[in-house]
Design a protein around this ligand. Structure first.
Ligand code: SF4
Length: 226
């Protein structure tokens, strides 16, 4: 449904409210971040990029199975390019969309070798110039591998931002750009984890637990339950 400017302005939290939401998020959803899985748990930028590409429309467990199978066979761009097509596809099959993902991974590896001498860029613009890397993957790699201040927006983070009024946009990339402008700097290093935890534990897709939610007073979701 199309949204007008005034509708969006009504739905957005103001700067003080955004700050208060992040304080509440930090207090309720903070804690041990060491157990991050999937693209966030990879030991280097190259593997983080590949894992992120494999994670598209794939459950965490399936992404993990695919990354483990692939990285058992090859851990570098050159080694992946040396795999034959069927071997690559068989390894990444658990993550689904394996034909397209195999093509994207090969193009990414080729570009990395030809244009970057094998080095993964460490800026958002540089990452997004690579084949197969969109805003979400760029922010994940930026944040989790290079320690940059970026809140990556996936489906859970995007849903929470839209419902609460933290940031609104027509795509995950647009929400990420808006959130980057609106979130306080102190919240950016761990903000992704806090928002994703809220989205998985409380502000779930089908039945958000609004009556139990610590953001109930501030949240601008028109259908929230009180
Ligand atoms: S009040 Fe409801 S809609 Fe708003 S953040 Fe909490 S669970 Fe989500």
């Amino acid at each position: 449904m199309a949204r007008g400017r005034s509708d969006i302005a009504d739905r957005l939290l103001d700067a003080d409210e955004v700050e208060r939401v992040f304080v509440l998020l930090r207090d309720a959803m903070g804690g041990d971040m060491a157990g991050a899985k999937g693209p966030k748990g990879q030991p280097d930028a190259f593997r983080a990029c590949i894992a992120c590409m494999l994670s598209a429309q794939s459950r965490d467990a399936n992404t993990t199975a695919a990354t483990k199978a692939l990285f058992r066979l090859a851990k570098t761009p050159q080694a992946i390019l040396e795999l034959d097509e069927n071997t690559l596809i068989d390894a990444i099959r658990p993550a689904g969309l394996y034909n397209n993902k195999a093509k994207a991974i090969r193009k990414f590896c080729r570009q990395l070798i030809d244009e970057r001498n094998g080095a993964v860029p460490d800026t958002r613009a540089g990452l997004m110039a690579m084949h197969g890397i969109g805003r979400k993957c760029a922010d994940i790699v930026l944040s989790f591998t290079f320690g940059g201040d970026a809140i990556a927006v996936d489906t859970h983070v995007g849903r929470v931002c839209e419902r609460t009024g933290l940031a609104i946009g027509s795509t995950e990339a647009a929400i990420a750009a808006a959130l980057d402008q609106r979130a306080p700097d102190w919240a950016k290093p761990e903000g992704h984890f806090w928002l994703i935890r809220l989205g998985k534990r409380i502000c779930t897709s089908r039945a958000p637990k609004c009556p139990d939610c610590f953001l109930n007073q501030l949240c601008r979701y028109p259908d929230k339950r009180v």
